[in-house]
Design a protein around this ligand. Structure first.
Ligand code: FES
Length: 114
């Protein structure tokens, strides 16, 4: 399905509850990295850039959440972020925020607002 002004990312059913998935849009120096994570029936999207250093949050592909707490985890220095808001709750960037992106779910498909 095409949705004007949005980019298809994946199907909702591709992400288990509590799971996450990373994406790279574009190539080379202008490539943009983001990830989505699912909590229940909702999906949240953020730029894959930690406010501490600007580096990516994941060391393992598609693994952006801490299995113990359920929070988003930066693997570099273990900062934890609230899934629903992107606020850093603990770690070297406590009080900073991930950059939130807008996603819509329609007919079981997840789209990123461009
Ligand atoms: S790079 Fe994310 S906590 Fe340091």
């Amino acid at each position: 399905m095409n949705k004007t002004g949005f980019k298809f990312l994946c199907r909702f059913s591709d992400i288990p509850d509590g799971g996450s998935k990373g994406f790279t849009l574009g190539e080379g120096p202008t490539a943009f990295e983001l990830f989505i994570t699912r909590k229940g029936g909702r999906v949240y999207a953020y730029e894959n850039s930690c406010p501490h250093t600007g580096g990516p949050l994941d060391w393992t592909p598609n693994k952006f959440t801490d299995s113990d707490s359920g929070h988003i985890l930066c693997a570099t220095h273990a900062a934890l972020f609230r899934v629903e808001t992107g606020e850093c709750l603990a770690g070297p960037c406590a009080g900073d925020w991930l950059r939130a992106l807008r996603v819509d779910i329609e007919d079981g498909e997840i789209f990123l607002k461009m």
